[in-house]
Design a protein around this ligand. Structure first.
Ligand code: ADP
Length: 210
């Protein structure tokens, strides 16, 4: 299955993509994770995108598309995948269409207030990328990942200023994709304002599983 998880920041795309990826046995391909990894390593790519990502702006389409194209050519993506955080603009969607046909686009909908609450308490494991929330989904030991024991940190783009900008960027540049994919009859709407478990049930149903 070739899937896109679409939705505003904080909608739960990353958390659910992690779960669904294991359940369906297909890789989760997160452009945000690719960029963060490059920033951590201080690679050429990392240096190029560090400020953009920190502000919550979008990395240029051309660069993002060529990265995704390379990633999708890896053998593990041959049997399907979940695109988490890509495409985020109409030109990215058009570029993707030119080389891959998708099976479904899961549209995570959620209110801004809920998103702000989620992002402003989010913690991420530096080693394995697992996602926590100080109030809603705390790790068992404060600051330590339940899954791998790695240290948890707050993403620099989870500052209030950057969150506000990311929501704005989403509305202006990414939201038009809802219409784009609805027209192609690929869109599956779900409400992701409740728990990850509740969202998972909706995703399975939307994709005709179980
Ligand atoms: P979130 O969905 O929580 O905003 P992501 O981890 O998906 O976070 O993305 C983090 C940042 O990485 C974005 O704010 C943006 O700067 C960059 N990024 C991720 N995916 C894309 C993309 N498809 N196009 C352009 N920039 C992207």
């Amino acid at each position: 299955m070739k899937l896109i998880f679409l939705g505003p920041p904080g909608a739960g795309k990353g958390t659910l993509a992690g779960i669904v990826s294991k359940e369906f046995g297909i890789p989760q391909i997160s452009t945000g994770d690719i960029f963060r990894e490059a920033i951590k390593k201080e690679s050429e790519l990392g240096k190029k995108v560090k400020e953009i990502v920190g502000r919550g702006d979008l990395v240029p389409d051309e660069l993002t598309v060529s990265l995704v194209r390379e990633r999708l050519a890896q053998p593990d993506a041959a049997g399907g995948y979940i695109l988490d955080g890509f495409p985020r603009t109409i030109p990215q969607a058009e570029a993707l269409d030119a080389f891959q046909a998708m099976d479904a686009v899961v549209n995570f909908s959620i209110k801004d207030e809920v998103v702000i609450g989620r992002l402003s308490g989010r913690e991420v494991c530096k080693s394995c990328g697992a996602i926590y929330h100080v109030k809603n989904m705390p790790s068992k030991v404060k600051g330590v990942c339940d899954k791998c024991g790695g240290p948890l940190y707050t993403r620099p783009d989870d500052s209030l200023e950057s969150i506000t900008n990311r929501l704005e960027v989403y509305k202006n540049q990414t939201e038009p994709l809802i219409k784009y994919y609805r027209k192609k009859k690929l869109l599956r709407d779900i409400d992701s304002s409740k728990s990850p478990e509740d969202t998972l049930v909706q995703i399975r149903k939307a994709l005709g599983k179980k």
